[in-house]
Design a protein around this ligand. Structure first.
Ligand SMILES: NC(=O)c1ccc[n+]([C@@H]2O[C@H](COP(=O)([O-])OP(=O)(O)OC[C@H]3O[C@@H](n4cnc5c(N)ncnc54)[C@H](OP(=O)(O)O)[C@@H]3O)[C@@H](O)[C@H]2O)c1
Length: 254
């Protein structure tokens, strides 16, 4: 039986490219997102054995239903790529949109990680990749405050669980993908633009999948972001947040 990968956020950008990469490595893919037409088109590109599950992961019940629908499918890889951002001053951004972001970027990742990790640890095999962001390494991002905070949650949770698995001597691997700017539909959804050159979703995904199978815990795909993340550890938090805010504030004229 082919190994199976479940990919949320597979209708676009990084999730879509990760699905293509895993398929090329011999994985059967289960594609999840809300836009069925996009998923069906990708499934046709990949091959007959690919399955589509339409799901809104911002709904807790959606996550539970997704798990129930696929749990007997010999899932060996879970990619939590569904997510989005929102640009703007915290005093001005829409609360409901931010709560939906927290549900998608945090709660869904938490639920799916928990449910699949239990199965994976019982079998002592499996890989989970949580798509966080270099935003999650920066200790706060003015003008995208909720987004940065959501990605810090994902990065911190993933690193802590990775340590627990290591101490258990488990074969299960969990990692956080922390890219900087990637050319996807992210900016259109977030209402922003990038201040530095973006990498392609394909490049990001190729580095991510390679890093996951090499059992890296935090994967930062580009050298520029690796340097930025490293340098950020040398700067006091207040100064770092101010610097990030200056960069972020220029991104508003999308
Ligand atoms: N692009 C960047 O610069 C960048 C950098 C660092 C991290 N990231 C992270 O990478 C991940 C993927 O983003 P992307 O850049 O590839 O953006 P994208 O092209 O906009 O793709 C986002 C994906 O998430 C799915 N999604 C959003 N809300 C969903 C929901 N409620 N239920 C199910 N699926 C949902 C979308 O599918 P539907 O709309 O069809 O549901 C789409 O497939 C996100 O977590 C993002 O935060 C992106």
């Amino acid at each position: 039986m082919a190994r199976t990968a479940l990919i949320t956020g597979a209708s676009s950008g990084i999730g879509r490219e990760i699905a293509k990469n895993l398929y090329s490595r011999g994985f059967r893919c289960i594609l999840c997102a809300r836009r069925e037409d996009r998923l069906t088109q990708l499934a046709q590109e990949l091959g007959e054995n690919t399955r589509v599950v339409v799901c809104d992961v911002s709904q807790k019940q959606g996550c539970y239903d997704l798990y129930e629908q696929v749990k007997d499918e010999n899932i060996g890889v879970l990619i939590n790529a569904a997510g989005f951002g929102l640009f703007g001053k915290f005093t001005e951004t829409e609360l409901e949109r931010e709560l939906a972001m927290i549900d998608t970027n945090i709660t869904a990742v938490h639920i799916l990680t928990k449910l699949f990790l239990k199965d994976f640890t019982a079998k002592n095999r499996g890989y989970i990749m949580n798509v966080a962001s270099s935003a999650g390494l920066m200790e706060g991002g003015p003008y995208m405050s909720t987004y940065y905070a959501s990605k810090a949650y994902v990065t911190d949770l993933t690193c802590a669980v990775a340590r627990e698995l290591e101490e258990m001597g488990s074969n299960v691997h969990i990692c956080a993908l922390c890219p900087g700017p990637v050319d996807t539909e992210f900016n259109d959804v977030a209402g922003t633009k990038f201040g530095v050159k973006a990498i392609t979703a394909k490049y990001c995904s190729d580095v991510a999948v390679k890093g996951m199978f090499a059992k890296q815990t935090v994967i930062v795909p580009s050298l520029t972001m690796k340097l930025a993340a490293g340098a950020s550890k040398l700067v006091p938090r207040k100064m770092l947040v101010a610097m990030t805010g200056r960069i972020q504030s220029k991104k508003g004229d999308a």
